[in-house]
Design a binder for this molecule. Sequence first.
Ligand code: ARG
Length: 482
Amino acid sequence: MKLWGGRFTKPTNQLVDEYTASISFDQKLWRQDIVGSSAHVAMLGKCGILSMDEVRQIIAGLKKVKEKIERKQVQFEIAHEDIHMNIEKLLIEEIGPLGGKLHTGRSRNDQVALDMHLYLREKLMEIIELTMYLQQALLEQAQNHLETVMPGYTHLQRAQPVLFGYHLMAYVSMLQRDLERMQDSFKRVNILPLGAGALAGTTFPIDRQFVASMLQFDGIYQNSMDAVSDRDFIVEFLSHASLLMTHLSRLCEELVIWSSQEFSFIELDDAFCTGSSIMPQKKNPDVAELVRGKTGRVYGNLIGMLTVLKGLPLAYNKDMQEDKEGMFDTVETLHGALALLTPMISTMQVKTEQMRKAVTQDFSNATDLADYLVTKQIPFRKAHEIVGNAVLYCIERHKYLLDLSLEEFREFSPLIDRDVYQALDIDTVVNARNVLGGTAKQQVEQQIQFYQEKGKENRAWVATHSQKVMVEALVDIKSPVV
Ligand code: ARG
């Protein structure tokens, strides 16, 4: 007999059971479901809706169910559709018909919303911490490379030389934005939907504030129709996850390019590479490629969720059950990517000689020759043209700018002096960009300092929020009234 079977005259078609059940994937929410139910029933006791004795028995029953699930002594059933009804069934098996009082003043609509909020706030915290570790690994590598010069690119053509530490700090900055976005979205995840009922509130004199403080929520949905219809918090997470994956994917693309024989700027540690079944010489950057590849599924999960929601009338619709798999998948994909990239970055070998060699065999100091002419009062546009001619002259003769004699330089402008050699020297070129945000060593040191401060702020944020997500501890909640 189904928990909702009273109105039906025959059993559901087996295919319908299979098609509509979510237990195969929403069993991930079992802990959240039990925590939520424990808080709910404690509140029913506090408000005099259930007797204290009933509350004690139900909470003890939920605890037994929890222990059985932990010991893998229960089998979830498709016939009971989802995690919520499976647990309610298990409770009734445990303590008898009294278990049927658990669902007083509650609907699966606010219950499932609660479980999703509890789950996501915990995962959000884990992902924030993993992102902080990766950010730290990048920052430490940047500190090691404050003198490592490499070509900076635009259009993947050599543009101007930069410090490798500077290049890495760009990723540190991106991850900081990701962190701030996720911290901000925590505010909207940590809002309590329970107490909304099916859509209109409940006739019982419940105390939502009591449940909110028991479960460490920072606020309560003010409109119950919104509470059960809202999946914005999931869309936000999927959107922030997509942008984070974009950043990881761009980093991975660079790791792949840099570790190619053509570039040979870095070597990834053997522990993070794989070989080929046919070509014995191969060492492939599979992890980086897979992170890049898995970015697609994270985008897909975002678009899937947005599409599910766009045509839905208020309030709950069964379509919303589709909010789960994409979210779980995104959480797992982020976990895998962040956990692997951190040690990959820390153990990466940087071939500083190769990088430097690359910048001495190109024209990435051409802008500096133009800037040099500007200091001799030549308008920049004219200087640009002069240097363009000089570059063409060099290309035709298989030379670089620093190979030109002073006489050759003076063919292009008589204002050029012997100090041009110093001005075009690679280290001069890098350190000349000594303005806020520039690639000069002094500036990169300041950037590192800036993000070390941000790192402290991130850690402080985690410290003040992490006790809110400890669902494990809340499972054994000792309510003030029980
Ligand atoms: N398994 C459902 C879901 O994940 C739970 C809510 C069901 N509510 C309902 N009215 N059928 O969305």
